[in-house]
Structure formats: C-alpha cells, structure tokens
Design a protein around this ligand. Sequence first.
Ligand code: ADP
Ligand code: MG
Length: 198
Amino acid sequence: MGPDSIADLSRPSQHKPRHVELPDHDSTRRLGALLAHQIAPGFVIFLSGDLGAGKTTLVQGFMAALGETGRVRSPTYTLVETYARAGLKINHFDLYRFTSATDWHDAGLADLIDPSAISLIEWPEMAANALPAADLTVRLDRAPGGRLASLFAASQTGQSYLDRLSLDLGTAQVAPQQTVADGCAGGDKNDAPASGPQ
Ligand SMILES: Nc1ncnc2c1ncn2[C@@H]1O[C@H](COP(=O)(O)OP(=O)(O)O)[C@@H](O)[C@H]1O
Ligand SMILES: [Mg+2]
C-alpha cells in the first residue's frame, strides 16, 4: 500500500493520481490556492490525512486565493464553516468528531450539499458512504521535510479538473500568510488569539 492506494470511499478513478511535494506550510497554502484558481460550483473535495497533516492549512490557502481576508478556522467543533467569496459559496466541513456516519444527516450537513456550493471535507472517512461522491480526493502524508500531496480524481468532472490543474506552486496567487494561530493540528487551539493582523 503506497501513496497511490486510498480508502474505498474516495472512489478513485482508474487514472493515475498526481503528486506534489510540499516542503513547508506555505507550500500547502499554495496548493490550496492552485485548487481554488479553477474551482467551479458543485465541486466536492475530500481532504484526507492524519491530524496535523495540513488539511486546514490547504483550505486556508484555498480561501485566501478566493479573497477571504478573515481568519479561516478549523471547523473541528462547529462541523462546518461557510463562506461566500468570488461569487462562490464554500462549505468547509471537518467530520473528525463524528461518532457515526449518521451524524452527517443528523447534524443537517447533507442539506448544505447543493450544485451551487463547493464542499471541502476534512475527515470524510468518518462519514463513509453517507457523503456525496467526491470529485477529487487530496491526501496529505507526512514526508521527510514536509508533506506529500496525492490528488485522486473520483469523477469525470474531477478528472478533467485534475488534468487541467497546475501544480506549479510558484504560480499560486495566495495572499500573505495568516497568523500562526490558524494552523493548529486537530483544531483544538483555534480560539487562541491572533498574533497579528489578519
Ligand atoms: N507542507 C508542510 N510542511 C510542514 N508543515 C506543514 C505543512 N503543511 C502544513 N504544515 C503544518 O502542519 C500543522 C498542522 O496543519 P493543519 O492544517 O492544522 O492540519 P490538519 O487540518 O490536517 O489537522 C500546522 O502547524 C501547519 O503549519
Ligand atoms: Mg484540520
């Protein structure tokens, strides 16, 4: 089982995943920005990886690229944070605290999935088959000196998106770094005061 294999729920296509090395926090933000540059309404991205892998960091870069200037918090406790930016509606879910896949419906989260909204879902494994099918799964693994991102298309839409996606981190248009308090593993320090301007 190498990085090309993934849990069944990601429904990977037959096509090969794409990989990109992320040597530091800023690189993870830049990958998020690249993903945002060509996103379209209705797109569903699963974000896989252990606690501290960089999933929320990636969403912070994604949102910054869409023009979000406020703090992008981990929704570990709120389950979802909703944004409206660049004419898009974005729902950022974190299902880490789920005890059962039925929590997805019980918490009313299924109602947030609609063709006009973009869904970014951390810990999709916690809701297994209750979730809508992903278009793309991004898996983040710890690697020497940083992280390795593996991107798997999981739908036709996801495949054409992945085929077009630039992984040239140097071209990512991402706003200045948010505060350190935004990037905490497990999201259990999200109420820490910001240490600088947002
Ligand atoms: N490519 C990277 N290399 C090294 N550290 C990273 C990288 N990407 C993110 N981090 C760091 O990992 C930590 C956890 O990130 P976070 O996004 O909260 O993880 P997750 O949401 O997966 O639990 C943060 O301190 C962040 O700065
Ligand atoms: Mg997180």
